[in-house]
Design a binder for this molecule. Structure first.
Ligand code: HSE
Length: 298
């Protein structure tokens, strides 16, 4: 019997739409035991009511994709999902399910796929690499998909960087949030994001926290998504002095603050801005982590 521990992730980091992702110290676990026959799936934590426990479950479906490639099928499985990452909030819960399922299946079938192959398969299933890459590899991952597969570079998060996530009490699917994006953007806005994403990377690599704060602005997705997330513009614009910047986490509705200090106070303030719009939210102080998904023997 073994367990896979997979971190939550925050994608985009402001200007890095579909490109930047960072793993966070909040984890789902998947316990896996091989059995003589049958497939038994149990869910604890988030998703007890919503997630399917038959063969359509995303973790199991991801396992089947890998089993199919390596031509192996275990006689039976008992899988327990312990979900601490809230669903459909922009914190990478589906990426965690996919990465966890693939890692579990790879272990059960003799670890035939490399990390690169796992990343490519996870990206194929998820549709974009910016959550699955940091879920698998940890740290901050910059990635893109080319014909030959995912091209990526992992960097270690700046040592002093802390994050607070403020999670509104409603779900927003990535599909709906992507549906709010325009077909075309202006040349000016494209240049704005190229410059900001580049400066953000420079800031992350050189641990220049002031630069990180200056580089977090975005014109490609957040302005279009604000309509789906009442209060987000106020959360982002009303920065207290301690905050480097606040951005939408992935496709939302969670907002994430990047800071060096005062995490609890920042969380309370973010919560209050959502409350002004009648939206209940909870905040969590979760730090970036350099550790991706791990397999633990139990
Ligand atoms: N880059 C994706 C998006 C992340 O913003 O739609 C989804 O979590």
């Amino acid at each position: 019997m073994f367990k896979i521990k997979i971190p939550a992730t925050t994608a985009n980091l402001g200007p890095g739409f579909d490109t930047f992702g960072m793993s966070l110290g909040l984890y789902n676990s998947i316990e896996v035991e091989q059995k003589e026959e049958g497939v038994e799936i149990e869910v604890a934590g988030y998703g007890v009511k919503e997630l399917t426990t038959d063969k359509s479950n995303l973790v199991y479906q991801s396992m089947l994709r890998l089993f199919d490639i390596v031509d192996y099928l275990p006689p039976g499985l008992k899988i327990k999902l312990i979900n601490r990452i809230p669903l459909a909030r922009g914190l990478g819960s589906s990426a965690a399910a996919i990465v966890g399922g693939l890692l579990a299946a790879n272990k059960l079938s003799g670890e035939q796929l490399t990390t690169e192959q796992l990343l490519n398969l996870a990206t194929e299933i998820e549709g974009h690499p910016d959550n699955v890459a940091p879920a698998l590899l940890g740290g901050v991952v910059i990635s893109t998909v080319k014909e030959q597969g995912v091209i990526y570079k992992k960097i270690t998060p700046p040592a002093k960087l802390k994050t607070v996530v403020c999670i509104p009490d409603y779900q927003l699917t990535t599909a709906k949030s992507r549906g709010a994006l325009p077909e075309k953007v202006s040349f000016k806005d494209a240049v704005f994001n190229v410059s900001h994403a580049s400066l953000l990377l420079a800031g992350l690599l050189t641990e220049d926290y002031q630069l990180i704060g200056q580089a977090l602005d975005d014109r490609l997705h957040q302005p279009y998504r604000q309509g789906l997330i009442p209060g987000l513009d106020e959360v982002i614009d009303n920065l207290s002095e301690e905050v480097l910047g606040i951005v939408l986490s992935g496709s939302g509705p969670t907002a994430i603050a990047l800071t060096l200090q005062e995490e609890e106070r920042i969380g309370t303030e973010m919560k209050e801005f959502f409350a002004k719009h009648g939206i209940e939210a909870q905040y969590l102080v979760v730090y970036p982590t350099d550790q991706g998904a791990t397999i633990i023997e139990i």
